[in-house]
Design a protein around this ligand. Structure first.
Ligand code: FNR
Length: 394
């Protein structure tokens, strides 16, 4: 067995020496396992959603509405999982989603994640809310592909400076997150009065930025409260509009991806604005409670703009079957979120690596066992609506 599926043999063979994997391989058990290892603040910061958690549930339910229909005798022994997205070659149609403040899960935080991703050649999208600077994470990633996610700061000089640093540090694609211009009502965090940024965690990128520091009377090392206050002013409470996007184009010469799209009209506006890609995402149900599951809207968005821009997907991806379904419904690649954050809580780099290898092995096997040799072979014909009697999906 070759490729990512080989992880299965490796695990069984390790068993002969009395070893078991560093964390569960059951995606459904990973969250509970992380809960045992984390304090309630960090755990709920990851696991929690907006409001009553309806969107978190809707994201998972949306996957349950589709079923894969396996095909036989298709010679799927040898498979090619690699894809190219916006000039980045990747060994499988999977990236690591931007997740902020990772040092609350393990002291190595984003450095551990970047190293694990680099080992496997999987691109890592670094969050603006990183607990390490973007230069430090670039060094940890070495030659591996890296993208940068922007929370658009409310100061053009800081924005331009951060983008300049990201470009110089080798981040190739800019992912602009639109859905979190202010934090949603998040009861789990509110009940514990837990917000890492107010403790100066997840602020490494602006705190190390010359333009940000120029706006302070004292350096963040000398006056943390004032630096945090400035951070709050810059990063929360200011929504943007479509006509402001040219500013980003002026300051970023690589591909630009808009993350947080859930409506086909917004996808069309993204195309009109000249961006290169979109991420169909609802931030893992952390922003708008009572919203549609992200996978529910993927087909109509892919129909609307899939020919013009690269459509990526996240929110609720947990298994190899989920990756198959998202690709079949029109995504070119998916972003893995919470599962790798839970992996980080299992020993840092080794835990992220394990979770990622597990997902990729599960995807590789599910792809092959359902009769397909590459992501390009997946289309809606592969799926059927749960409970429906008709032939294929529409
Ligand atoms: C996120 N997400 C996120 N997105 C982003 O653009 N910038 C960020 O800093 C963060 N931070 C962040 C922290 C935590 C703890 C979580 C769980 C998520 C959202 C992330 O990129 C992705 O959209 C979701 O994680 C997808 O949902 P699932 O699959 O993780 O449920």
């Amino acid at each position: 067995m070759t490729g990512f599926a080989a992880y299965q043999n490796e695990i069984y063979l390790q068993g002969l020496a009395g070893n078991v994997p560093p964390a569960t391989t059951d995606p459904g058990a990973l969250e509970a396992s992380a809960r045992e290892r984390l304090g309630p603040g960090p755990f709920w910061y990851v696991a929690g959603g907006a409001g009553g958690g309806e969107t978190v549930r809707a994201n998972r339910e949306a996957f349950g509405e589709w079923r894969i229909v396996p095909r036989m005798l298709t010679d799927a022994t040898t498979r090619h999982l690699g894809v190219s997205v916006l000039g980045t070659e990747m060994p499988a149609p999977v990236l690591l989603a931007p997740i902020g403040v990772q040092s609350i899960l393990h002291p190595d935080g984003e450095l551990a994640t970047a190293r694990a991703a680099a080992e496997l050649g999987v691109p890592f999208v670094l969050s603006s809310a990183s607990s390490h600077t973007l230069e430090e994470v670039a060094e940890a990633a070495g030659d591996a592909a890296r993208w940068f996610q922007l929370y658009w700061p409310n100061d053009p000089d800081v924005c331009a400076s951060v983008l300049d640093r990201a470009r110089k540090a080798g981040y190739r694609v800019l992912v602009v997150t639109l859905d979190t211009w202010t934090l949603a009502w998040r009861p789990h965090d509110l009940d514990q009065a837990y917000l890492p940024f107010l403790r100066g965690v997840g602020t490494a990128i602006p705190f190390s930025d010359p333009a940000f520091r120029a706006g302070l009377q004292a350096a963040p090392e000398d006056d943390l409260p004032m630096a945090i206050l400035r951070w709050v002013q810059l990063y929360t409470g200011t929504d943007r509009s479509w006509d402001q996007l040219p500013f980003l184009r002026e300051h970023w010469d690589g591909p630009i991806v808009l993350k947080g799209i859930q409506h086909p009209d917004d996808a069309r506006k993204a195309v009109d604005a000249g961006v290169d890609g979109i991420v169909v995402s609802n931030h893992g149900g952390r922003q708008v409670d009572g919203a549609v599951g992200s996978l529910e809207v993927l087909p109509e968005i892919a129909d609307a703009v899939g020919e013009q821009v690269d459509v990526l997907f996240d929110s609720g991806v947990r298994t190899g079957a989920d990756v198959v379904k998202a690709l079949a419904l029109g995504a070119k690649a998916v972003l893995l979120g919470r599962p790798y954050a839970y992996g980080l809580a299992h020993g840092g780099q080794v835990g992220v690596r394990h979770v990622l290898r597990s997902l990729l092995a599960d995807f590789d096997l599910t792809l092959g066992l359902s009769g397909h040799r590459s992501p390009a072979e997946l289309s809606r014909e592969v799926l059927r609506r749960a409970g429906s009697r008709g032939p294929a999906a529409s």
